[in-house]
Design a protein around this ligand. Structure first.
Ligand code: MSP
Length: 502
């Protein structure tokens, strides 16, 4: 048997300080869709997601609620896990950075780097904002926006990031697929034109206690990013399970939002250089979901809660909308109007309606069993050709991270077939007594519907299976011609009932 390709993909691990919103849901759904496409192509997939539980933000959120930070994390984590369940996210592992299996690896990495001289200690003197609990720059001091500013001298630990600057530039230049899309790659190459400094990787416990203790200084914890990024290697078994780690690492895809590109492309890459590990194959940064052209933020009160959308429109409609609407790499806009328009056009009128029509016509004219296809005319040839090319076209688009184009091509056959049925009018053929011709049209259209449903399954795992179940074709492959004539269709309710706008 041919060896399976492995595909290891990750999402960012989300801060546990707040409840997840549509932006977090987006990255995770996108990862799930990619994971499902890869599984259906026969790849061996490892899909990792989870939570980032240390650091100042989490400590502050816990203090605000008046609970110990671990309790806060334990209470917040289910909100994410339950949302992923509701969204049908099939991850293979779920990391929480407060787990021992992760913390011990972070400490092992710190120790190795310290022993190799990649981490050193130094005094830093600068302006510190007590209110913000961080060092601020000279420009920030001058802005006068910070109260309680004092000069603070603090010992900290630093990672020799700067010495890897040229190595990183060379790597990015030699590996065009390492940072995608290209605009993001150029952004990082631009950033690397400035001298790259070393990275402060510690926080004195006196200032921040909620973190992983440095193995070489118990008065310090590690900086949250140095902790969080390591999840990508701790979970597949770095330093603990040689075989597993050797199998999965390097990751094939780190999926992130554009807001955390520098930490991934620069901090993480140089950390891996220092550890002597290969870099992930691709870091892909997608754009932002905007709400009516503005950024989503709690203070603006425009945060979209994915659970509300699921309750109103169903999981698959939400998954579909997010995949169909965003051109990967660019920002996209979310408004209830856009959502409803796409739902009604694509899901109710095109996809849902095609199922309705097929099952209605086959029930009426063929006692509910799929007719056989007779002689094909040019009109049928055209649909068959589209259908035969579709699976490889979809695969190529998915491999190039063009999910939106893949969706559009699948919906293309649905639209084409709706127009074809309208034009070929099998009901008129029946009236004329051409039952065989009517049967051919219905077979071709239903087979196209089956293929569309198979290919939409990674995006709409519930609704696509509902369609395939009606057609007696659950688990079928997207190859043309597999729909069996004589199959008795099951009855069904409306797949996507139209949303009436008041
Ligand atoms: N904990 C860090 C990541 C550590 S990864 C080793 C973090 N967490 S976060 O909770 O702030 O989530 C950030 C991610 O959520 C973004 O990178 C992005 O993938 C997603 N999004 C958050 N808001 C978003 C939008 N408005 N639109 C699209 N994605 C958004 O940063």
């Amino acid at each position: 048997m041919a060896k399976k390709n492995k595909f290891y993909l990750t999402t960012p691990i989300y801060y546990v300080n707040d409840k997840p919103h549509i932006g977090h849901a987006y990255t995770t759904i996108l990862a799930d869709v990619l994971a499902r496409y890869h599984r259906s192509a026969g790849d061996e997939v490892f899909f990792l997601t989870g939570l980032d539980e240390h650091g100042q933000k989490v400590q502050q959120a816990a203090e605000k609620r008046g609970v110990p930070p671990q309790q806060h994390c334990d209470e917040m984590a289910p909100r994410f896990i339950e949302l992923w369940q509701r969204l049908n996210i099939q991850y293979d592992d779920f990391v929480r950075t407060t787990q021992d299996r992760h913390k011990s690896v972070v400490q092992a990495c710190l120790k190795m780097l310290f022993d190799k001289g990649e981490i050193y200690t130094s005094e830093y003197e600068g302006s510190y904002s007590v209110a913000e609990e961080r060092f601020i720059t000279e420009t920030e001091v001058k802005s006068g926006q910070f109260r309680d500013v004092k000069t603070l001298k603090e010992k900290n630990y630093f990672f020799r990031m700067g010495k890897y600057q040229q190595q990183l530039i060379d790597y990015i230049e030699k590996n065009p697929e390492f940072i995608l899309p290209e605009t993001r790659r150029n952004e990082i190459l631009g950033f690397l034109k400035q001298p790259l400094g070393d990275l402060c990787i510690s926080r004195p416990k006196a200032r921040l206690s909620w973190g992983i203790e440095l193995p070489f200084d118990k008065d310090y914890v590690t900086y949250v990013w140095f902790d969080a990024l390591v999840n990508y290697i701790s979970i597949p078994g770095y330093t603990t399970d040689k075989e597993k780690f050797g199998h999965w690492w390097p990751a094939d895809l780190h999926l992130i939002g554009k807001d955390i590109l520098t930490t991934h492309a620069v901090y993480w890459s140089t950390m891996l250089f220092a550890l002597g590990l290969p870099l992930p194959k691709t870091i892909f940064a997608h754009g932002w979901w905007l709400i009516g052209e503005t950024k989503m933020s709690k203070s603006l009160g425009n945060v979209v809660n994915p659970l509300d959308l699921i309750d109103q429109y169903g999981v698959d409609a939400v998954r579909y909308y997010l995949m169909a609407e965003m051109v990967l790499g660019q920002d996209a806009n979310f408004t209830p109007e856009l959502f409803i328009r796409r739902y009604n056009n694509d899901l109710a009128n095109d996809f849902g309606n095609l199922l309705n029509r097929m099952s209605g016509l086959i029930t009426k004219h063929f006692e509910g069993s799929v007719p056989a296809a007779g002689q094909a005319t040019e009109a049928e040839q055209e649909i068959m050709e589209y259908g035969q090319k579709l699976p490889s076209a979809v695969k190529a688009n998915i491999d190039q991270m063009k999910v939106q184009t893949a969706v559009d091509e699948i919906m293309g056959i649905v639209r084409k077939v709706n127009a074809y049925v309208e034009k070929q009018a099998p009901w008129s053929e029946m009236k004329k007594g051409n039952k065989e011709r009517a049967g051919t049209i219905l077979y071709i259209a239903t087979e196209a519907l089956r293929i569309a449903a198979v290919l939409l399954q990674p995006i709409m795992p519930v609704k696509a299976v509902e369609v395939l179940d009606v057609l007696g074709a659950v688990d079928s492959k997207p190859q043309w011609g597999l729909l069996k004539s004589g199959t008795v269709l099951k009855s069904h309710s409306a797949l996507f009932p139209r949303i009436e706008v008041k």
